[in-house]
Design a protein around this ligand. Structure first.
Ligand SMILES: [Zn+2]
Length: 412
């Protein structure tokens, strides 16, 4: 729905009319630019029901009635728009029209994926979150109760191995629905990794390592952290949902998106999601390189003698323990050196990570970019939302890596 609200800018004191596209929400932070003086005016929309729906503004006061011929500004926090769009300029002016121009024939694919994802992140996730809470607590009666009420075909298991498999199958049902059909890189990575794992498991020291990691509690800690992170991503789905859009753009439209801004202001939450996801995916690379080392050299700890060309190091790490202490960029370089595995590492951009993690990083509302001392040109907010989506794709792949490590450790 579109709400028309008569406002007066508290900066230049001119009246204008804001048309705000708003959907039911716990909280949506958006902003608009005063159509006269360009002052950023932040807004908050709250309310799941129509009668309690409320929009509040900073830096603008509400007026009782619209002033005839006052400028109109249109903002929909769920659709990117042109910064200076007037009401009928095509791209970026009217919500559905924007998607149609950007996606063309791909419109229905996009909305099919988006609809599946929102259902998974909201309705379905509450059941799977319950399954996982009981899985982590080893509370098996409630685990099965939650399983049966969420999945009609749930099978009650009696071994840790089967319960672990059921828990991960349930989690994958969510993550794969959220990521959707445009996940080429992570799909190739997982396919190659699983084949490597199948070869590695024939070597005794690989299984020993995975069992030792469970005995030490290392695997379970990462499992808990990944589950908690998937939960945070799911509960905040609406702030990064539009990161799906770049994956669906035809090449001929990739440049159009540069003209568009997403008038939302969730930078600090997005930054947390990005950084936490980045860290946990890097932690999970231990299991990935262990499989590679085992297949290549018969020992999960043996990194051989070569160092990836992108690194300055003279020697590879002596053990997995030393590998775990390497900086994120170095660990990712070892992963991307394996053919097909760049499908995972391409989802993580270390330059973006450093730029947004910098203490000076902030969302400049006037330019619509994330800027910092080390990235003064800035990253468009909509691009950053796309990078957050990529990180979730990588997190979903890391969950599958953990599943493999966990299940292997339980095999006889
Ligand atoms: Zn103004």
């Amino acid at each position: 729905m579109m709400s028309r609200i008569a406002l007066r800018c508290e900066g230049c004191e001119n009246p204008f009319t804001a048309r705000i596209g708003a959907a039911p929400t716990d909280l949506t932070r958006f902003y608009l630019l005063c159509p006269i003086c360009g002052l950023p005016i932040r807004g908050r929309a709250t309310g799941q029901e129509l009668k309690e729906f409320k929009i509040e503004f900073e830096d603008a006061e509400r007026m009782d009635a619209e002033i005839p011929r006052a400028p109109v500004v249109t903002v929909d926090p769920s659709v990117p728009a042109k910064r200076d769009a007037d009401s009928d300029s095509g791209l970026g002016s009217f919500t559905m029209q924007t998607f149609l121009i950007l996606l063309g024939d791909g419109l229905s694919d996009y909305f099919s994926d988006a609809g599946t994802a929102v259902d998974a992140a909201t309705e379905r996730w509450t059941g799977v979150r319950r399954i996982w809470t009981y899985y982590l607590d080893k509370s098996w009666i409630l685990f099965d109760k939650a399983g049966k009420s969420t999945f009609p075909d749930w099978v009650v298991a009696s071994t840790d191995l089967d319960r672990t498999r059921s828990a991960y199958r349930a989690l994958e049902a969510i993550t794969s629905r959220i990521v959707g059909t445009r996940a080429i890189g992570s799909t190739i990575f997982l396919d190659r990794y699983r084949r490597k794992d199948e070869a590695a498991i024939r070597v005794g020291s690989y299984g020993d390592l995975l069992r030792q990691d469970v005995a030490d509690g290392r695997t379970q800690t990462l499992e808990r952290d990944l589950f908690a992170l998937v939960d945070t991503f799911a509960r905040n789905y609406d702030i990064w949902a539009l990161g799906r859009l770049p994956r669906h753009l035809p090449d001929s439209r990739k440049s159009s998106i540069i003209e568009l801004t997403l008038f939302r202001d969730d930078f600090s939450q997005l930054r947390d999601l990005y950084q936490q996801g980045f860290e946990l995916v890097c932690k999970s690379t231990r299991f990935v390189v262990a499989a590679q080392n085992t297949v290549k050299r018969g020992d999960p700890n043996d990194f051989g003698t070569g160092v990836p060309a992108s690194l300055n190091a003279k020697q590879p790490p002596a053990t997995l323990k030393a590998f775990d202490k390497l900086p994120n960029a170095s660990r990712l370089a070892y992963v991307s050196a394996v053919p097909g595995w760049e499908g995972l590492t391409n989802l993580l951009n270390n330059r973006t990570r450093n730029a947004i993690g910098h203490a000076t990083a902030h969302h400049d509302l006037r330019s619509g970019k994330i800027v910092s001392d080390i990235d003064p040109a800035g990253t468009p907010y909509l691009d950053f939302v796309g990078y957050v989506f990529d990180v979730f794709d990588a997190v979903a792949a890391a969950v599958q890596v953990l599943r493999t490590a966990r299940v292997n450790a339980l095999l006889d």
